[in-house]
Design a protein around this ligand. Structure first.
Ligand code: GLA
Length: 371
């Protein structure tokens, strides 16, 4: 059933609009966004779609096709709903818009998607972005795509309770399929960079639970703040790890607890890798870009410590495969997916070999998607 049919079946009336937004995969620049740094994600060809129809009252009626659940709220009095986790991404967006002074009315909405849920491919940001798009259009809100992304982030930070950065919502809102989106997460400056058709972005889903990701994510965030607080005693101009150079970090190394130093080193070196990768992409030097992806993975594994046995295996399996230029874990970590840069004519062989190796080492089946 398509979303219009789902809407008609559920509410016995035609939807007034249908809106969608994509999930994303991050090519490089992990855990840099909330440090005011740089990222280089790209949207994937998988989306969350919502149908919309205004009501004459103040109710928000929601139906999730994928969870086979309904939920009802009142526009003026809702709070986070632990029973319907998916609904919080709609409610949080409504709250963020209300806080900005926009006035909304009641509505019926259905939700459906093919972004794998909980795999680190930002199904939640896709949902937030689709909901912002629907409310902007239906209630005539004066909201540009960058502000729309910040509404999604606010939903995540203030309503859902994850201290995430802006990357996922930004690329879902402003990304273009087939292009990498460079984002400066401090200034919001951004630029699109075409991906060569000689290579494919291949995502491998380890199918491992990411339940640690939420708590460990907020811990990493706090460790970065701790590093900044020490470094700014010497360099008061440092507001975030974005402002720290490799030389500064070396000089400050003995003042930082070893663990905090390693966390900072990941972010500082990763920012450099993103700038370099963007340049390499424009120059068509995909081999060197791929090497930086492997460097990024090692840094996430040893310094930021957010990899897992399964993600490491998936990256290790690529080392001797023909046509693979780079591989790394992507997203928050602790499970989820790897992103691989694979020459187009090697994609089938790549997928087949990775599936076999993963199964024989872990007795688990991974899923492979071409972005
Ligand atoms: C999650 C967050 C993003 C970003 C990544 C890690 O996807 O939502 O803001 O921090 O993790 O790079």
């Amino acid at each position: 059933m398509n979303i219009a049919e789902i809407h008609r079946t559920r509410y016995s009336v035609e939807p007034e609009g249908i809106y969608k937004a994509p999930g994303r995969v991050n090519l490089i620049g992990e855990h840099t966004d909330y440090n005011d740094g740089y990222v280089l994600p790209t949207p994937i060809d998988r989306h969350i779609t919502v149908s919309f129809q205004k009501r004459g009252d103040n109710k928000i009626n929601l139906h999730s096709h994928d969870f086979k659940q309904d939920a009802e709220y009142k526009l003026e009095s809702f709070k986070p709903d632990p029973e319907h986790h998916w609904a919080n991404y709609v409610l949080g967006v409504v709250q963020a818009l209300q806080k900005r002074g926009y006035s909304l009315g009641g509505f019926n909405m259905c939700l459906k998607g093919d972004v794998p849920i909980g795999a680190g491919l930002s199904s939640s940001a896709a949902l937030e972005t689709a909901v912002v798009r629907s409310l902007k259009d239906q209630f005539d809100l004066d909201l540009d795509p960058v502000e729309a992304a910040y509404v999604g982030k606010e939903c995540e930070n203030d309503f859902v309770g994850v201290q995430s950065g802006i990357m996922d919502q930004f690329v879902s809102s402003l990304g273009e399929y087939g292009k990498a989106l460079f984002i400066d997460c401090r200034s919001n400056e951004h630029s699109l960079h075409r991906l060569s058709s000689d290579v494919k972005i291949v995502i491998v889903n380890s199918m491992m639970d990411r339940s640690l990701a939420g708590s460990e994510y907020n811990i990493r965030h706090a460790q970065c703040v701790e590093a900044v607080n020490t470094i700014k005693e010497t360099y008061p101009e440092v507001k975030a790890l974005r402002d720290v150079t490799e030389e500064m970090l070396l000089e400050q190394w003995s003042k930082l607890p070893e663990l905090i130093g390693r966390r900072a080193r990941h972010v500082v070196t990763e920012n450099t890798r993103v700038l370099e990768s963007t340049r390499l992409l424009d120059q068509g030097d995909l081999n060197t870009f791929g090497e930086l992806m492997y460097d990024s993975h090692n840094s996430l594994k040893h310094d930021y410590e957010i990899s897992s046995k399964h993600l490491d295996l998936l990256v290790d399996f690529t080392m001797d495969l023909d046509g693979v230029l780079g591989a790394r874990l992507t997203g928050a970590g602790f499970g989820g997916c790897t992103v691989n840069l694979v020459e187009s004519d090697h994609v089938d062989k790549f997928s087949e070999t990775i599936r076999k190796r993963y199964y024989s080492h872990t007795a688990k089946k991974c899923e492979v998607y071409v972005a």
